[in-house]
Design a protein around this ligand. Structure first.
Ligand code: SF4
Length: 326
């Protein structure tokens, strides 16, 4: 059985972009592989942040993940800062990571251009990511397309460490990407990836009326100006949300009604809302149960951290011994 590792930033409650692009896939994978899900709070501090907000967002993320279907009886869910070996291994891996590789990372280039003063954490972010994965000697990492370059760096780092200290064996397996089945979800503005910073999201736990208030004005095919204008479903974000939430027969009906101007976009969005409700109502119910029983969330995180500390200790024992520290 492969071991899967995946991380998510503590950005508060999940939105449907996170859910469709990553979490829904983890919920499926947890029954097929040994699955470790990490709330990566050390990754969330490379910019300015508010400590109290970090606490709240971490707790909200944990609750959202459990409500979305991560099951602590089959998967391991934990918070990165509760397992100190992540930063210990990151320092070690820093010493074998070429600076040029880090400076070439697209995400670093984009983010550093937007900041007046760039901290070393932003540059070393992918090294901590490599440590997150290699600490558990994970074989598979579910990723979106924008994360493939970072995963490649983890593979480079694993190879370099194995060559220098592995004594002829691959102590660290080179993690393989497992591409998420859902294409990236665009925001309601139809312009950019769904993201909290762009204010174009639908929260996974939002009630039906609030979802409708956002769906109703959401951008569709710009060429459908009048109801009688036929549309092109493939260019419309609402159609892609139908593909994620509606049954195949409904998706077919949407494409047909759109391209023949058989209905207007509001009709189409009403059908989408009902499809979303079928999937989201049970998630909202589970969230309510966890809100009433926060100790169950804390217990899941503590059990996850305890297991991960044991796994991390085993890895670090081998690392320290091979590198001359034990
Ligand atoms: S009918 Fe539906 S798929 Fe077609 S443009 Fe309108 S919202 Fe998009």
């Amino acid at each position: 059985m492969s071991r899967i590792f995946s991380g998510i930033q503590p950005s508060g409650e999940l939105h449907i972009g996170n859910y469709l692009g990553a979490v829904k896939n983890w919920v499926k994978l947890q029954h097929e592989h040994e699955t470790i899900i990490c709330i990566v709070d050390y990754h969330a501090i490379t910019g300015t942040y508010d400590p109290e907000q970090l606490r709240t967002r971490r707790a909200d993320m944990a609750l959202s993940l459990l409500a979305a279907g991560i099951d602590p009886s089959v998967a391991t869910l934990f918070v990165q800062s509760q397992v100190p070996q992540h930063t210990e291994l990151a320092w070690i891996l820093n010493t074998i990571t070429p600076l040029g590789e880090l400076e070439r990372q697209t995400q670093f280039k984009e983010k550093s251009q937007r900041q007046e003063s760039v901290n070393a954490g932003l540059l070393n972010y992918p090294v901590l990511q490599a440590a997150d994965i290699l600490l558990y000697r994970a074989n598979l990492v579910p990723v979106g397309e924008d994360q493939i370059q970072h995963l490649e760096l983890s593979r480079v780092v694993a190879r370099r460490w194995n060559a220098a200290f592995g004594r002829g064996v691959d102590f660290f397996p080179e993690p393989q990407p497992s591409l998420a089945p859902t294409r990236r979800i665009m925001g309601l503005d139809g312009q950019a990836k769904m993201s909290k910073s762009m204010n174009n999201t639908i929260g996974l736990l939002e009630p039906k009326d609030e979802i409708w208030a956002k769906l109703r004005p959401a951008v569709t095919d710009p060429k459908r100006i009048k109801k009688s204008d036929p549309g092109t479903p493939e260019v419309c974000n609402i159609y892609h949300l139908h593909k994620a939430f509606s049954p195949p027969a409904t998706v077919e009906h949407v494409a047909q009604q759109c391209s023949t101007a058989g209905w207007g976009c509001i009709d189409c969005k009403k059908v989408l809302l009902e499809s979303m409700e079928k999937e989201l109502v049970p998630i909202r119910h589970r969230a309510e149960e966890f809100r009433a029983n926060r100790s169950a969330v804390d217990a899941a995180l503590e059990a996850g951290a305890s297991r991960c500390r044991t796994l991390a200790n085993e890895t670090m024992h081998g690392v320290r011994e091979r590198m001359g520290f034990d």
